[in-house]
Write a protein that binds this ligand. Structure first.
Ligand SMILES: Cc1cn([C@H]2C[C@H](O)[C@@H](COP(=O)(O)OP(=O)(O)O[C@H]3O[C@@H](C)C(=O)[C@@H](O)[C@H]3O)O2)c(=O)[nH]c1=O
Length: 191
């Protein structure tokens, strides 16, 4: 694999004498509450599916959006995180995972997430949820194991989303079960 060169500045004793870590100022606490990842109520949500509001902090330099945090509650920290770029109109469906929960963070684009509960033991077996998320509705969607899901980019630009599943992807034993996207057994057809 081709080496990647980095500019390395060796520094000198004289420079270190001019500055120390103590010269930095600590940020002051700015909020008494933790204003991110508030739960969003979803009418008739499938059992175990969770939506949390993602809060974006904007300033003249751009913005920052918190995607996941255990500051407010103990959560399974993500052993694996990846970024998906969805081409305009693209559909990723239908899938479910036997062992992991997906935690999909949507912050941009016009994306539709469709969830379908085929878990025979679930109190919401047979229920469908259709969630429109992205730039206008920045949310973290937690999808428990065995909940069928599909994601469509309904916009005209590439949409990206981050997945922070509760288990690492193992190519040797991928936790991914698929069904063709137009299967008539699911009461939703992607346009
Ligand atoms: C999930 C994953 C895939 N891959 C590889 C496998 C494959 O060659 C390529 C694309 O993987 P997939 O086809 O599984 O990805 P995809 O079907 O696009 O699934 C994605 O869409 C949403 C709806 C989901 O539910 C997630 O599971 C997410 O993986 O990336 C990794 O290398 N690491 C990973 O962690």
């Amino acid at each position: 694999m081709g080496g990647v060169s980095f500019a390395v500045h060796r520094g000198s004793g004289k420079e270190r004498a001019l500055l120390s870590l103590d010269d930095f100022e600590d940020d002051e606490p700015w909020r008494e509450t933790v204003p991110f990842l508030d739960d969003v109520a979803v009418d008739d949500a499938i059992d175990g599916v969770r939506l949390q509001r993602l809060r974006t902090y904007a300033d003249h330099r751009g913005d920052l959006t918190v995607l996941l945090s255990d500051l407010r509650e103990t959560i399974p920290l993500p052993p694996h995180v990846y970024l998906v770029s969805a081409a305009p109109g693209s559909v990723r469906a239908w899938v479910y995972h036997k062992r992991q929960s997906d935690r999909l963070a949507f912050t941009n684009g016009d994306v539709r997430v469709v969830l379908y509960d085929l878990r025979k033991e679930s109190p919401t077996c047979g229920r469908l949820n259709v969630l429109d998320v992205g730039g206008a509705n920045k949310v973290l969607v937690t999808i428990p194991p065995r909940v069928v899901h599909g994601v469509q980019n309904r916009g005209v630009d590439v949409a990206t989303f981050v997945n922070m599943p509760t288990k690492a992807y193992d190519p040797g034993n991928p936790d991914k079960s698929r069904l063709r996207r137009d299967h008539p057994g699911i009461p939703y057809q992607f346009a």
